[in-house]
Design a protein around this ligand. Structure first.
Ligand code: HEM
Length: 498
């Protein structure tokens, strides 16, 4: 008995000796993260998401201290999302970095009612009819890229090594400009300089470079990571974008004037040229059209390209999943090109994209501004009450929701089968947010999924994909979306050689 007591006291002492330093370190870190200037703390943590992750590990599902913006909380509790489904305002400060590119009055920060009216007036641009009408163009772009990769891969039995981030972004930029602006573009760019196709409208290489520079620079400015020496470059890039998007709008206006009205499937630009602004009842102004076209390019280009990249990244690490996907594609298509209907029917492909977007959501947060006239009160999942001041900003950090053990079993594992028919009831509502949620959910989710699935299907039909660097060496970096810091080189091996 006395021995037992001794052992107990001894164990408690050992435990205390082990735990006290750990607690002191934890308390010191916590004090530090609360006392540091949040911008500085964010920089030290290596980005927004690692910083928010740290805050949540210290504060739980609701992080209300240490946020880099005033009157802001970060939340990973779906009860708050459910209660704010119809809340459609975004905080202006958080999107202020877009002002230099889009102006101070841009779609991202339109007040809820105005955003809803605008979305309704141009909604047809993302409807089924337009997706059907654009499908052949999307296929052509995908085939153009795969053919060039094929040429390179077939020159060598070991396949071709491709800087996949560069190429996915070039592919997506091509898709976005073609679907949104529908111009003939000079295409000079991808990682292997394949395309030197003629054309007179715009140099895609320069256009893409300007977008990347402007967005990256403005994002860095907002989060205090900006190098002032780059300022002139950013200003030049902004000017380049403005001049060229306006020129493309003018060209289209002229084209429509000469060719008369377009038939039933009108895209975004045509709708804006032909219809009135729902706000004023007057024709859309040039500035408004520029803002919308540039805003939509921003929203569609990086997100779609990066979504394709991260999905390939997961496939490249899981050859057995890749084989099963190829089997699904080969059995369904027997080597032919897909139709739009095929894309909906390929269940495993769909599960793979959903799972890849869970582990690597292109966008990293959704933000809502709560009503500014009254406080908001929420009942959290654990039954506690949460009261928030009028005008509080709520951030939902998507990667944290997607990796929460409360929502996903074994959240770190790439397991497409969790989206299978048999298991998909296990997925809790509002726990998959790559396209946001509620009143301001991405209006082009369906179009984006078609683009992503189509490109992946073409790649899987033609190649086996491998990483040429260890997965652990791939570093993530937050730009406007979650990118790979030093690209992800992948080996594409032509399947004809197998
Ligand atoms: C994989 C591709 C894409 C992803 C992951 C994505 C994700 C998102 C997210 C997270 C939001 C914010 C939603 C919210 O606040 O709840 C959003 C908004 C938006 N997206 Fe997408 N998006 C993608 C593709 C596209 C494409 C292809 C277009 C246009 C052709 C587009 C146009 C927009 C627009 C205009 C908004 C702002 C809507 C508003 O303010 O009401 N997105 N997107």
């Amino acid at each position: 008995m006395s021995l037992l007591c001794n052992v107990d006291i001894y164990s408690i002492l050992v435990l205390a000796i082990l735990l006290i330093p750990a607690y002191l370190i934890y308390a010191k870190n916590k004090r530090q993260s609360l006392s540091l200037d949040p911008q500085e703390a964010l920089k030290q943590a290596g980005g927004f998401i690692p910083y928010i992750k740290k805050l949540h590990s210290e504060q739980g599902a609701i992080a209300s201290h240490g946020l880099p913006m005033p009157n802001t909380i970060s939340c990973i509790d779906t009860a708050v999302m459910k209660a704010t489904l119809s809340c459609g305002n975004r905080p202006k400060e958080l999107f202020a970095f877009l002002a230099d590119l889009l102006g101070h009055d841009n779609l991202q920060i339109y007040e809820q009612g105005r955003a809803a009216r605008f979305r309704k007036s141009v909604g047809a641009a993302f409807g089924q009819e337009v997706i059907e009408a654009k499908f052949a163009t999307l296929c052509d772009i995908g085939i153009q890229f795969t053919n060039e990769w094929k040429k390179a891969a077939e020159e060598n039995r070991n396949g071709a090594v491709i800087r996949m981030q560069d190429d996915c972004l070039a592919l997506s930029f091509h898709i976005s400009t073609k679907t949104l602006l529908r111009q003939i573009l000079i295409i000079k760019y991808n990682s292997m300089n394949y395309f030197t196709e003629g054309g007179t409208d715009i140099d895609l290489t320069e256009f893409k470079k300007a977008y990347d520079l402007a967005l990256g620079g403005l994002f860095d400015k907002q989060f205090g990571l900006f190098d002032e020496r780059d300022n002139q470059k950013i200003q030049d890039a902004l000017k380049y974008i403005q001049e060229n998007v306006k020129r493309l709008i003018d060209q289209r206006r002229e084209e429509i004037r000469r060719g008369g009205k377009e038939k039933k499937t009108r895209d975004l630009l045509t709708i804006m040229i032909e219809d009135n602004d729902p706000e004023t009842g007057e024709p859309f102004t040039d500035d408004m059209m520029y803002m919308i076209m540039t805003g939509f390019l921003i929203a569609s280009y990086h997100t779609t390209g990066i979504g394709i990249l991260w999905t390939l990244f997961h496939l490249a690490q899981t050859p057995e999943i890749q084989r099963r996907l190829q089997q699904e594609i080969d059995t369904t298509l027997q080597g032919r090109l897909p139709s739009l209907a095929d894309l909906s029917n390929l269940e495993y492909l769909n599960s793979i994209v959903k799972e890849a977007f869970r582990l690597h959501s292109p966008g990293v947060f959704v933000a809502r501004l709560l009503p500014t006239d009254t406080p908001s009160t929420f009942t959290l999942t654990n039954g506690e009450e949460l009261s928030l001041e009028p005008g509080t900003t709520v951030l939902f950090p998507i990667p944290l929701v997607h990796s929460s053990r409360d929502y996903y079993t074994d959240p770190k594992t790439f397991d497409p089968d969790r989206w299978s028919r048999q298991r998909k009831d296990e997925i809790k509502p509002l726990t998959w947010l790559p396209f946001g949620y509620g009143a301001r959910i991405c209006p082009a989710e369906r179009l984006a999924m078609v683009e992503v699935k189509l490109v992946l299907l073409l790649i899987m039909q033609n190649f086996n994909v491998e990483l040429t660097v260890p997965a652990e060496k791939v570093e993530e970096v937050e730009r406007f979306v979650l990118m790979a810091k030093d690209d992800i080189p992948m080996r594409l091996k032509s399947r004809c050689h197998m």
